[in-house]
Ligand binder design. Structure first.
Ligand SMILES: Cc1cc2nc3c(=O)[nH]c(=O)nc-3n(C[C@H](O)[C@H](O)[C@H](O)COP(=O)(O)O)c2cc1C
Length: 196
């Protein structure tokens, strides 16, 4: 553990400044940076160290396959989908240069219910977003209908005990200056039982 007050302040400031970046462009972090981000992110809290997760990375031309899955989902959920909607579904795979699909792979354990394993997987996802932000990259976590679509789950080869926790879109923000409203700790934290 590094006991460095300055570093502590900087890390805390960085956590407080993090925001999502829905609009992303090339480049994504290179292999070396990504590898360090992913390795660090895996240190999320994980009850009984089950490592109940796996992650798919989709980039470059491979995004075409994801686009095709989004189209299959679109047509499956709405057989009357117009060409415009189909095109828009395909384009969603190209909203960022890199997409990380976070998958909870539930393990059977008497002390660790699935929800804890989903939260642990989400912890890794959040760490990836934060670490990417620390490197000057942006990300946005998306779920929606794609995360629960049987067509997409099958296309990504998820098995029965697996669930998509999110699609983390990663890349370089097109706009770094989006205003964020600061949140006030006192609005959400209170001492118990004697507040104040
Ligand atoms: C589990 C989870 C699922 C999310 N799913 C979506 C989504 O499908 N679409 C979306 O626009 N935002 C989604 N968000 C919210 C964004 O990732 C983002 O947090 C939100 O737009 C607020 O922006 P901020 O992170 O800059 O405060 C999701 C967030 C979480 C934690």
């Amino acid at each position: 553990m590094i006991l460095d007050t300055e570093m502590g302040k900087q890390v805390t400031q960085l956590i407080g400044e993090r925001r999502s970046h829905p609009r992303l462009e090339e480049p994504a972090p290179d292999f070396e940076v990504l590898d360090s981000i992913f390795s660090a992110s895996l240190r999320a809290p994980d009850h009984m160290h089950l490592r109940p997760w796996r992650f798919l990375t989709i980039s470059g031309d491979d995004r075409k396959h994801l686009g095709e899955l989004f189209v299959s989902h679109c047509k499956d959920s709405n057989p009357n989908a117009q060409q415009k909607e189909v095109d828009s579904a395909y384009a969603k795979a190209f909203r960022a240069p890199l997409i990380v699909v976070g998958i909870a792979s539930y393990k059977s354990h008497p002390k660790v219910p699935d929800i804890e394993q989903a939260i642990a997987t989400g912890g890794v996802m959040n760490n990836i977003g934060l670490a990417a932000y620390a490197h000057g990259f942006g990300s946005v976590w998306r779920t929606g209908a794609h995360a629960v679509s049987q067509v997409i789950k099958q296309g990504l080869s998820l098995i029965e005990n697996e669930e998509i926790i999110g699609f983390l879109y990663l890349g370089t923000p097109t706009n770094r200056d989006r205003h964020i409203r600061p949140l006030v700790a006192g609005d959400f934290f209170s001492a118990w039982p004697n507040n104040g």
